[in-house]
Design a protein around this ligand. Structure first.
Ligand code: PLP
Length: 370
């Protein structure tokens, strides 16, 4: 069996930066959900993306949960949520006992369709928050989305879990909305094995999140609590991995884009193959390189054949309105997310892949057109 090619696996720096920070944590005995690495990772990630404040949390999901609390989403509130995404975008809406309404994507961005968002605002003017996603490192078309949020005076949360380093018109995704979240899960462009970050320019709210995420302990000598808290802080050991990973983020983005260009060169002239859309206002991190198919070859043909060759690939996220667990909630759109899901494949986008590996993947895929 030839060696396994992964979809997107952890890739530590050649220089060993991560281990240096971990050793610092050990040397200082800050093996805790606070310490110099946590502070450093918050500061360094915020500086990287151009956000004023950041709080490191145990996951991207926790960061979405805290963002929803920070904007005041609670029982019975409506939250507009991108339909084409991973379930982690929506689950925290349910944790808050709020009601998601799913918003379709457009083909130009694969992300939230501003026209569908506008229709949703007309139908539910009482909406409490909007969650937009930047899928696979592609940015949503933020200007019209921001304009609508402003018009209806509703806060925007950006789920930038997949788009750390992606820019829209020269500015980092995650810094346009009232809150932005990033994920450092094992498959993401940088990883701490598990972790997340919430960024915002609102210092008071970030402090409040830090308080909630540390069990909401009041400033009192005795253990006193006036609010419900969470145990959501990031470990100082893992934050050390994150600091090391941030140093190689630009290298990882460069390689991810190289992988995208490689596939484009090799595959985009196959009948019915189209690359995921990159708009001129978008510098994506190309976290995953995805294609859609409109001919005889179907996504499962590719996924199953690659699997036989020990190569990992994936379908596109299954839209939220098609999920059994979310069947009761409203969906505003024309079925574009369903169409992308039905026709899309995420190709292996592991930054450790060599040209030889990339040729191996392309050869398997091209075989289906012979
Ligand atoms: C990975 C991911 C999340 C969740 O992040 P975790 O750190 O795994 O909790 C949320 N939204 C999207 C779009 C993701 O891809």
């Amino acid at each position: 069996m030839s060696e396994k090619i992964w979809l997107s696996s952890p890739h530590m720096s050649d220089e060993g930066y991560e281990m240096e920070y971990i050793q610092e944590a050990f040397a200082s005995n800050w093996i805790a959900p606070l310490g110099a690495n946590v502070d450093g990772f918050e500061r360094e990630l915020a500086a990287k993306v151009g956000a004023k404040h950041a709080v490191a949390l145990s996951s991207g999901t926790a960061a979405i949960h805290m963002a929803l609390k920070a904007v005041g989403v609670g029982k019975g509130d409506i939250v507009f949520c991108q339909d084409l995404t991973f379930a982690a975008t929506v689950n925290p809406v349910i944790y808050q006992n709020a009601t998601p309404v799913f918003i379709d994507s457009d083909l130009q961005t694969w992300n939230m369709d501003p026209a569908a968002l506008e229709a949703a605002f007309k139908k539910y003017p009482e909406v409490k928050a909007v969650i937009v996603v930047h899928l696979y490192g592609l940015s949503a078309d933020l200007d019209p989305i921001l304009a609508l949020c402003k018009k209806y005076n509703v806060p925007l949360i950006e789920d930038a879990a997949e788009s750390l380093g992606t820019t829209y018109k020269g500015k980092h995704t995650g810094t346009f909305g009232d809150y932005g979240i990033f994920s450092c899960n094992g498959t993401k462009i940088i990883t701490t094995s598990g972790g997340g970050m919430l960024v915002s320019n609102n210092e008071e709210r970030i402090q409040k999140v830090r308080f909630w995420a540390t069990q909401a302990r009041d400033r009192a000598r005795h253990y006193q609590h006036s609010e419900i808290g969470y145990n959501y802080r990031m470990s100082n050991v893992l934050a050390g991995i994150g600091r090391g990973q941030l140093k190689v983020l630009d290298e990882r983005i460069e390689k991810k884009r190289y992988i995208y260009e490689f596939y484009k060169r090799e595959l985009s002239n196959l009948d019915g193959v189209e690359m995921m859309p990159i708009n001129e206002w978008n510098e994506p991190n190309c976290w995953l390189s995805c294609i859609t198919l409109s001919g005889k070859v179907r996504p499962l043909d590719i996924i199953e054949l690659l699997e036989k060759e020990n190569i990992e690939s994936r379908p596109i996220w299954k839209p939220m309105h098609m999920q059994p667990v979310f069947a009761d909630y409203d969906f505003i759109g024309e079925g574009v997310s369903e169409q992308i899901y039905a026709n899309g494949v995420c190709l292996p986008s592991d930054t450790k892949m060599t040209d030889e590996d990339l040729h191996r993947v392309c050869a398997v895929i091209k075989g289906l057109w012979n």
